[in-house]
Design a protein. Sequence first.
Length: 212
Amino acid sequence: MSRKSINVELRALKTPRERVWEAMLLLSRAPGVRFDKTSVQDHCNPMVSWTLVDDYFDDLEKAGYLKRVGGTGVSKGVMGKPIQFVLAKVQGDAPRVSTKGEKVTQGEGNEAMWRAMKVLSTFDYTDIAKAATLGTLVVKPSTAKSYVAHMARAGYLSTVRAAKPGTPAKHRLAKNTGPHAPAITRRKVVFDRNTGEFANLETPQEVCDGLE
C-alpha cells in the first residue's frame, strides 16, 4: 500500500487521543512498520493512561484504521507476545470514533463555524450558519448566534456594524489563533487550544452569584 509521508508538528495543545494517534504516525513513518500498545504509549508526550490507549486502539480497529498483524496477547490468562498493529488508513487528524467504531460528529459545528469565520471577510450569525452547514452537518442559526456572540465577547471578532432591530450585528475575524475552533465551556469560559489560553466571559456579578 502506498503511503504519503505525514509531518507531525506540535502546533497546539493535543487531546489524549490526538497524542496517541500522533505516536502511531511517528511509529509508522515507513510502510508496514508494526507497533504495539506499549510502544505507542511510550511515544505519547505528555503520557496518556493505559486505559485510554487500550480503548482507543479498540475503537480504531473497529473503525478500520488499525489492522492486527501478529502477536497473541493474553490467551486463557497467559500473556503471550504483544499484539502488533499497522495503520490500515492514514490521515493527519486523529480519527474521532465511538466505541462502536462509528464517526463522532460532536464538535464539528464549532470547527465549521471557525473555518467560515476565517473565510468570510465580514459576516453576521446567519452568514455563519449558512456557510458552516454542509451535507449532513447542519448548524442552526440559534447555535451560530450564540457562538458568534461568545467569540465577539472574548475578543476574537471585531464589530463592523452594530445590531439594530431586525438586523444582526456584522463582524469580522480579529484574532485568528490557529486551526482549532475555540471552545465555549459550560462555565462561560472560552478555551483556545491553539494558544492554551482561557477567556472568562462571566461578569463579576455572575461569578459572585456562583459562590452560593
